[in-house]
Write a protein that binds this ligand. Structure first.
Ligand code: GLU
Length: 275
């Protein structure tokens, strides 16, 4: 059994991260497995080295340990580009130059993760890609190529069981997702995350329920690329000792702010009902 904690260094870790990290290491211990730390720093406009340094520091302070070396996604861009090339070679990607306002103006409807792309650029061939274009996955074609999608196993408290992925949901609720971001050319989270879960042999993914819907897209990407689908465990969002959902202001407060006030790791875990 191998799991991972995969934060993005786009800001300081907060109570929600502490909760998630402890869930990851607890499940690994319960199942006699191990947990890796992975730094998901593909978003070159938002990730900062000082946030990455603070991740190591806060997690060590919480008493969590992981094997070296830690995989930093920004060191592996060529691998994600190779995956994009493979998908493009199968006719599954197209370049897109639409701005957010153009997407809105084209009458896009809200889906699971923001507006569902209305397909404006879908007919553009890759040979017409311009510098700065995003690359999108042609969902309908991807579903055709992938064939019947496997059910995935979910062991979390919210949606336990064998979960079927409906093609119609992928079309209507996700649409054609961006797999390479515009301007920077950074690989999208979904692509880098699934690539690395497969590469690192992750058998169990433990993460917050906010990523539940992303899993449906991840199962498709895994099927397309021939990657193993891990077992998923989406934990509920952080609660206090009394089982109440923490107010956003509390749960989004930095671990560093509590440390500066003299909290110890036990005090902090007590605050989120885990001590
Ligand atoms: N990097 C993602 C985040 O910080 C988490 C990815 C995952 O656990 O799948 O939200």
């Amino acid at each position: 059994m191998l799991t991972r904690f995969a934060p993005s260094p786009t800001g300081p870790l907060h109570l929600g991260h502490a909760y998630s990290a402890v869930m990851v290491w607890t499940l690994a211990a319960d199942l006699g497995g191990a947990a890796l730390l992975r730094i998901e720093d593909t978003d070159s406009t938002r990730c900062r080295p000082e946030y990455e340094a603070a991740i190591y520091d806060d997690l060590h302070w919480l008493g969590l340990h992981w094997p070296d070396p830690v995989r930093r996604q920004s060191d592996h861009r060529a691998e994600y580009d190779a995956t994009l090339d493979a998908l493009a070679g199968r006719g599954l990607l197209y370049p897109c130059s639409c701005s957010r306002s153009a997407i809105k103006a084209a009458g896009a409807k809200p889906g699971w993760d923001g507006l569902v792309y209305p397909g404006t650029c879908r007919a553009r061939p890759m040979t017409e890609a311009r510098p700065g274009d995003a690359l999108r996955l042609n969902m309908a074609r991807a579903l055709q190529q992938a064939g019947p999608l496997p059910e995935f196993t979910e062991t979390g408290p919210l949606f336990s069981g064998k979960i079927a992925v409906q093609n119609s949901d992928l079309i209507s609720q996700i649409g054609d997702p961006v797999l390479r971001r515009k301007q920077t050319g950074d690989p999208a989270y979904h692509l880098a995350c699934c690539h690395d879960d497969a590469l690192q042999g992750i058998t169990h993914v433990v993460r917050g329920a906010d990523l539940w819907r992303a899993t449906f897209l991840h199962v498709l990407l895994q099927a397309l690329m021939g990657w193993q689908t891990p077992i998923y465990h989406h934990h509920d969002l952080v609660r206090d000792e009394a089982g109440q959902r923490l107010a956003k202001i509390v749960k989004s407060r930095a671990i560093a702010a509590y440390r500066a006030e003299g909290f110890g790791p036990k005090d902090l875990l007590g605050l989120i009902g885990l001590a």
